[in-house]
Design a binder for this molecule. Sequence first.
Ligand SMILES: NC(=O)c1ccc[n+]([C@@H]2O[C@H](COP(=O)([O-])OP(=O)(O)OC[C@H]3O[C@@H](n4cnc5c(N)ncnc54)[C@H](OP(=O)(O)O)[C@@H]3O)[C@@H](O)[C@H]2O)c1
Length: 287
Amino acid sequence: MPKRILIQLDSDPQPSSFDSVVAIDAGVDDLLRYGSVQVTGVVPLVHGAMFTRGGDDLRHTAIFIGGSDVEVAEQLLSVCRDSFFGPVRVSLMLDANGCNTTASAAVVAAGRHVAIQGARAVVLGGTGPVGRRVSQLLATDGADVTLTSRSLERATLTCQEIMEKSGQASIKPFAIDGDHRLGKILAEAEIVVGCGAAGAELVDKTTVQSMTDLKVAIDLNAVPPAGIGGIEVTDKAKPLGNGVAYGAVGVGGLKMKTHRAAIQSLFESNDRVLDAAEIYAIAKAIG
Ligand SMILES: NC(=O)c1ccc[n+]([C@@H]2O[C@H](COP(=O)([O-])OP(=O)(O)OC[C@H]3O[C@@H](n4cnc5c(N)ncnc54)[C@H](OP(=O)(O)O)[C@@H]3O)[C@@H](O)[C@H]2O)c1
């Protein structure tokens, strides 16, 4: 059996040690790590994966796209896909900045406490890489999503982009700065997910405790202060107000399992492309 080789492409100068450790824990035999990978230089790296092993052996080589810049990662994924022809391809996974595994774990955690279909959900800080994916996954599964930002323009643009990807999704933008209507929207929400930048408080504890319809509140920010007041990073289905709370570490176990399972699934065939929807399906199967 050929060795399982994972080619780690990272736009940062130092390829992520986190992604490398997960790859090894997922059973990869050899990890080839490349840093400072940009769109202009990625094609030879993809060709090296495509043209070295033939037939069924191709599935033993796969590419992981990481890095802190999710937009560059998305461009790299697109170039990788365009470099393939016919059956001459290898499986691909995008999890830049942990965006897909984190968002998938959060939405699966929410689904333990309320049916996503038809649920009223608020995604705070929804314009970042993680918030976009949380919003997209919730909306695709039928939630009625309100996506917040400090800027109505950014929130509107993000909602439009998600609707283009998700078809009939119910998703609307909301600008939080100084708008007293946020309290009303939160009061009616069953799911709230904090996806704001590390260390930015988006909602205080008093507001969360007054959310009458709350079923689950998830804060993905691990850097104090909490993004959603009253949530500790280690909370996992801990009672909060009328619902339960998860902190970043509380969803971290499922995120790690999802990441490892996604890496393992890359080697099942040579034509996998694992982005938000596919990684969410893996997280759902884990539960
Ligand atoms: N647990 C995990 O495994 C894990 C993995 C990855 C990320 N994370 C965490 O998940 C969260 C989201 O990640 P991300 O990469 O999507 O975050 P991000 O891009 O850094 O920030 C998300 C959004 O927060 C808003 N924001 C920025 N500064 C703010 C401030 N001072 N006050 C209020 N809002 C602010 C911005 O939206 P607007 O400018 O449009 O308002 C931005 O688009 C972060 O806290 C990150 O640390 C956790």
